[in-house]
Write a protein that binds this ligand. Sequence first.
Ligand SMILES: Nc1ncnc2c1ncn2[C@@H]1O[C@H](COP(=O)(O)OP(=O)(O)O)[C@@H](O)[C@H]1O
Ligand SMILES: C=C(OP(=O)(O)O)C(=O)O
Ligand SMILES: [K+]
Ligand SMILES: [Mg+2]
Length: 530
Amino acid sequence: MAQAFHLLSPSSLPTATITKPSLTSSPRLLSVRPIRRRLPSAISAVIVSDNGKTPPEAVATIEVDAATEAEMKENGFRSTRRTKLVCTIGPATCGEEQLEALAVGGMNVARINMCHGTREWHRSVIRSVRRLNEEKGFAVAVMMDTEGSEIHMGDLGGSAPSARAEDGEVWTFSVRAFNSPLPERTITVNYDGFAEDVKVGDELLVDGGMVRFEVIEKIGPDVKCICTDPGLMLPRANLTFWREGSLVRERNAMLPTISSKDWLDIDFGIAEGVDFIAISFVKSAEVINHLKSYIAARARDSDIAVIAKIESIDSLANLEEIIRVSDGAMVARGDLGAQIPLEQVPAAQQKIVQLCRQLNRPVIVASQLLESMIEYPTQPELKSLTSLKRLRIEKWWREEKRHEAVVLPDIASSFSDSISEEICNSAAKMANNLEVDALFVFTKSGHMASLLSRCRPDCPIFAFTNTTSVRRRLNLQWGLIPFRLTFSDDMESNLNRTFSLLKARGMIKSGDLIIAVSDMLQSIQVMNVP
Ligand SMILES: Nc1ncnc2c1ncn2[C@@H]1O[C@H](COP(=O)(O)OP(=O)(O)O)[C@@H](O)[C@H]1O
Ligand SMILES: C=C(OP(=O)(O)O)C(=O)O
Ligand SMILES: [K+]
Ligand SMILES: [Mg+2]
């Protein structure tokens, strides 16, 4: 049974997408932004420690993700994918070979979902991804996604990957702890208050309505339900209950966003040096602020980005303030579609994506991307990745010159930030008008790179940064091709060195027209590669 990946896409304009694992043993897909292609012979990467200190031999080199490099050479960089791809790793994709196949196929970020599996299993996935990066020259970032404390089913017992409920069958939803395998037609529920909160007559929705039940009887910790709409139930599927057509929000609405188990997982993520932590069922900006100060106090040397998952009614109510304090957002359509009517999800997605773009935050569209792949017979993950990689919408979007249609508000909070913002807006506009081959940005923090990405220019953005951690974080942003390179404050020499390194790698050629900006000089330069 496949798990999913998650992928993000740029056009109507997420930054990335996620694929989800399917029912067989592979992962799901979420999608993020652009795409990568075939791996050339493995490029020996210079290893830079995570604290950003560069070993002396790295000074003369430039590092770029091996799959991105291959794609640029194959397609030319104008056609390189802009939307990044986030893949959720599961049992079918955690092996070294499968992870490598995903990296070659374009995975920009590997996501682990703490809803499933053990910490040991997740640790081994993180380490395999890091090893792959070091040994094979990829730059795949790692995202840890918390479980959160909403109501969900337990595992299905034994090795059963899924269970099918048929019309008219009676199933027991229980808060008791059973030994595996479970009694027939029994589902465990993670939230102790469940049996007290539901009422006879309530409608119980699995995974936002993939399967529906009606509550017919309560016997202590057991809730008997009759199936009214048959379908497949996945382990740990989300459960909501509805009364007279409205979502019931009982005491479960008071559960903390970050549970005590989530805090342990967060400690684990910090210790393993993940690049992103995605927080499930965010309700307010406060919880994001709290987590960010927690991370700052415990992970001084690293800079873990916090992604707010928008998947509840509360998060929609506080959307703008949540996005303002987060480093990015995810439209988690699986759970969101269980909390608001399905037909409202596209409009919510559009609003979240636009707000993120305006506020300059990367945004991921997750779940229900290629749902049929869940039951696809062989290698659903790679087939999903291949389909998502094509992202025809990007080509259409460029042909239609959609980039010209969007008005971006000023977001800078200081005069110096305003200068950076104006430079990036102008450089992106010039790049479109002059039809340049690429934008170059030299950026230590990644901020100028993100401001260019926000403009969604017509050409790719080569983002040069001097630390591996910033480079990995830029992986989530639309249109950015992150390079790690040691550079100085002298733009003239940075450019000359970059040109010769990229020419030697066959990634640019004499005569290519580029626009370069940097946060050191606050200038815009237009030039042909010598
Ligand atoms: N670490 C894991 N171990 C086992 N199964 C997993 C794991 N991660 C994901 N899966 C499987 O992939 C499916 C999709 O993953 P995901 O979209 O992240 O989660 P969910 O369906 O819980 O929202 C899950 O329902 C589960 O069956
Ligand atoms: C991405 C989602 O979250 P999770 O997979 O953790 O349920 C979702 O609900 O769509
Ligand atoms: K999760
Ligand atoms: Mg969810």
